[in-house]
Ligand binder design. Structure first.
Ligand code: SF4
Length: 298
């Protein structure tokens, strides 16, 4: 069995910068303690555990706007790569918390665009994943009455904006580029004059395109990534829907099952942009081990 490594895969620059910043803050003795991160810095529990060893506590499981209330007075709070709404920043500032912002520049770009469009009188249709922190942060840049979240085409009918209103369509950075195009096409039927801003980031696009391309040459694609990682789940989805090949997501080497690969000759491995390199390396090594045994069998 041959194992092919997909390029690019794994950590993107936004994730690397966020983790580097968090560790730098933890090493600085002048930063007030305790130090908290509002939500998982990236959606990967291995990274969360690693930061815990640096003395950084992750607050998770809910809206950032509510989580901030759990940060005690006098403490430090780090905002994650997914971005943060102005309402959360204002709450933190009002309480005098020490704040650090690890928002990815690609996410900040969307925030800036939403603010600009709101100032110009537009309403925003934001295509994103319900319950994900990135939509919470980005949509928080607009008054609630001027922004609508769309996850699938089923949500389009309930958008409250009229067909003649000024409308700008924006997207989350980590969506499937193919699914998003079909949602945009449906939206344009209702809002033919809408301005479209596809905000899927370069790192996401390149990882998806590489996975789809290699999928045509292999029997299966293994995606290494956390169950909550939007970009990892999208990698599985694009391999299955666009390349029509089987794909499986594993969080670590422990999730691998040898029987999945029975009768397969070529397996590709990729990883979401929030997956630490050692986790992916362990998966590749295990598959290579099994591959060797397979090749040695008569
Ligand atoms: S996936 Fe894209 S938007 Fe998200 S942190 Fe990485 S580069 Fe930034």
């Amino acid at each position: 069995m041959e194992i092919l490594k997909v390029h690019p895969r794994g950590y993107c620059y936004g994730v690397v910068d966020a983790i580097t910043l968090a560790k730098k803050i933890a090493r600085d003795p002048n930063v007030p303690r305790p130090i908290f991160i509002l939500g998982q810095i990236v959606h990967n529990r291995h990274t969360v555990l690693e930061l815990e060893e640096f003395g950084i506590k992750t607050l998770d499981g809910g809206l950032r706007l509510d989580l901030i209330d759990q940060v005690p007075d006098g403490a430090t709070v780090i905002f994650t790569a997914h971005g943060i709404s102005p309402a959360v920043k204002a709450k933190a500032k009002a309480r005098g918390l020490t704040c650090y912002d690890a928002t990815c520049p690609d996410v900040t770009k969307t925030h800036t665009l939403i603010k600009e469009k709101i100032d110009q009188g537009y309403s925003i249709i934001y295509i994103g994943t319900k319950g994900h922190p990135e939509p919470e942060g980005a949509m928080g840049e607009a008054p609630a009455s001027k922004v609508a979240l769309v996850t699938t085409t089923d949500d389009i009918a309930s958008i409250p904006f009229g067909p003649d209103e000024l409308v700008a369509i924006m997207t989350q950075t980590t969506l499937s580029q193919w699914d998003t195009q079909s949602v945009i096409q449906e939206l344009l039927k209702k809002y033919p004059k809408a301005e479209v801003h596809n905000e899927i980031c370069k790192a996401t696009q390149l990882r998806q395109e590489a996975a789809v391309k290699i999928a045509t040459e292999v029997d299966m694609v293994v995606v290494v990534g956390d169950r909550r990682s939007n970009n990892s789940n999208r990698l599985v989805e694009v391999v299955e829907k666009i390349a029509h090949k089987p794909s499986v997501r594993v969080e670590s080497v422990e999730d691998l099952r040898r029987e999945w690969f029975e009768g397969f000759h070529r397996i590709a491995v990729t990883a979401g942009s929030s997956t630490p390199t050692p986790i992916t390396r362990a998966v590749i090594q295990q598959l290579e081990e099994w591959g060797k045994v397979h090749q040695e069998l008569p």
